[in-house]
Design a protein around this ligand. Structure first.
Ligand SMILES: Cc1ncc(COP(=O)(O)O)c(C=O)c1O
Length: 253
């Protein structure tokens, strides 16, 4: 295998531009220091444009699945009804993750077929804390109707947690306009960085819903928010090399 010239024909990891690779070879910095905070904030600012959101954005050490788990792990408690839409491999993963934390109502559609919005509305009428759905279901190539699902979730007072792992940065995704309460993306897909990081936007309604007694330890988004916004040390913010690789738009790299 030629490590210098390796064509990747998959949804991600994608080939990473030389400029990004060069950024990863920079000397180490203090991962709790001011320089780190600057890079981190730079990434958050750039990502807000990608997500089209005013919400808080966090970069977590851990691939897309880690941020999916952070979202449901912080929001869902054991008796909470969580509607999990599944029409492909990653919808199934979201359902499995959610069922570790909440009381999942699976909404399964034939893989490759879209969501039946009437059936979803009927489930929402029964009440649910949240709906999980994959926007671009990579396993089948289907793009699910995120905007409509966001509107329905809002109408019935449920949160909308969206896996945008292979749509954010590659397709038009309007997190705020669509009413997505938590949106997740992975570094190695349309963002064009190496794997190992994931990013998520979280709005106030989602933070308010994180009321359970035992939030996850490493993936505690409330703690993350507190530390990031007050620039305090945080256990999550450690994946330095990958963070360097995030396209920081620094022409000197
Ligand atoms: C839609 C979707 N969700 C979640 C994942 C899982 O992401 P990761 O492999 O970064 O944990 C993937 C990975 O391909 C994906 O395509």
């Amino acid at each position: 295998m030629d490590l210098e010239d390796n064509l990747l024909m998959m949804p991600g990891p994608v080939p990473v531009p030389a400029r990004v690779l060069r950024a990863m070879s920079k000397p180490m910095i203090n991962h709790r220091g001011a320089q780190f905070s600057e890079i981190y904030d730079d990434c958050r600012r750039i990502l807000a444009d990608v997500f089209k959101t005013e919400n808080d954005i966090f970069v977590l050490s851990g691939s897309g699945t880690a941020s999916m788990e952070a979202a449901v792990g912080c929001i869902a408690d054991k008796d909470d009804r969580i509607i999990s839409i599944e029409n492909g491999k990653f919808g199934e993963r979201f359902k499995d993750l959610a069922s570790r934390y909440g009381s999942v109502v699976p909404m399964e559609f034939e893989w490759g077929n879209s969501v039946d919005l009437d059936l979803l509305e009927a489930q929402l009428q029964e009440g649910a804390k949240a709906v999980t759905m994959v926007h671009n279901e990579t396993s089948t190539g289907i793009l699910n109707p995120a905007e409509q699902v966001g509107k329905l979730a809002k109408k019935y007072g449920s949160l909308f947690i969206m896996d945008g792992v292979t749509s954010l940065g590659g397709d038009n995704v309007f997190v705020d306009d669509w009413g997505v309460d938590v949106a997740v993306v992975g570094s190695q897909k349309c963002i064009g960085a190496p794997p190992g990081l994931s990013m998520l936007s979280v709005n106030e309604a989602a933070f308010d819903a994180m009321e359970k007694e035992n939030l996850p330890y490493y993936l505690d988004l409330k703690a993350c928010k507190k530390k990031v916004l007050t620039r305090k040390k945080h256990k999550l913010l450690t994946h330095l090399r990958s963070l360097f690789s995030m396209p920081c738009r620094n022409p000197s790299i």
